[in-house]
Design a protein. Structure first.
Length: 224
């Protein structure tokens, strides 16, 4: 498919008497891309501060996730332990190599912590999200060894930590920030957009949780 495309473009260049490497032509294309108008963004996405936080929490809970707010990162392990205990789940948790998660005071809890990608045998996992989108309550998770994609989908229960400052009103706002952080040519291999726990109603329109991923999704928002 790529070969056919390249041949078609080469034929077009030959007919126009150009190579595609001419500086004026490349500059014109770059200018056009830079001036590309933004798409329509819903008015409800134009939120900030406490209103943005409240909208994200509301939309995430409407999607059947549970949400808890903690005052700082050191409070995350205790909240994770509370969630596991109240959900009658084993006190086990797998995380990736994320430095922020690893530096949290896990020793103050009874959680048995393991690190690395999941191979399908883990009951519970925790990831740190790149950010969240308030208009839909969606978590944005960038792949990599710090937060392996397998942790997002293989365990039965998923806990996601996101900083309040990393919440955005719209998808466009968050994706623009993502490009700024990673830069051209260094984007994550995969970007997972997660809204609530996995579910399906394909069979007789009966809602089943955990159809293609975690049955439970618990979001811990670090305030400030």
């Amino acid at each position: 498919m790529t070969g056919a495309r390249d041949e078609i473009l080469a034929q077009m260049r030959r007919s126009l008497g150009v190579t595609g490497a001419e500086a004026p032509r490349r500059a014109a294309v770059e200018e056009r891309l830079a001036r590309a108008p933004r798409g329509v963004i819903p008015e409800r996405a134009s939120v900030a501060g406490a209103e943005r936080l409240a909208m994200f929490k509301l939309k995430a809970e409407e999607a059947l996730a549970t949400v808890a707010l903690v005052k700082d990162a050191d409070c995350v392990p205790a909240e994770a332990a509370r969630f596991l205990r109240d959900s009658n789940l084993a006190a086990t948790l797998r995380i990736g190599e994320d430095a922020l998660l690893g530096a949290m005071p896990w020793g103050s809890t009874a959680i048995d912590l393991s690190k690395g990608a999941s191979f399908g045998s883990d009951l519970n996992a925790m990831s740190r999200a790149f950010g969240g989108v308030a208009e839909t309550g969606t978590l944005v998770l960038a792949s990599g060894k710090d937060n392996p994609t397998t942790l997002n989908f293989l365990p039965d229960n998923h806990i996601v930590v996101v900083a309040e400052r990393d919440l955005a009103g719209s998808f466009e706002e968050l994706l623009e920030r993502l490009r700024g952080v990673y830069g051209k040519g260094a984007m994550p291999r995969a970007l997972n957009l997660v809204t609530g726990p996995s579910r399906s109603a394909d069979i007789e329109q009966t809602l089943i949780l955990g159809a293609h991923g975690p049955r439970k999704l618990h979001v811990i928002i670090v305030e400030g």
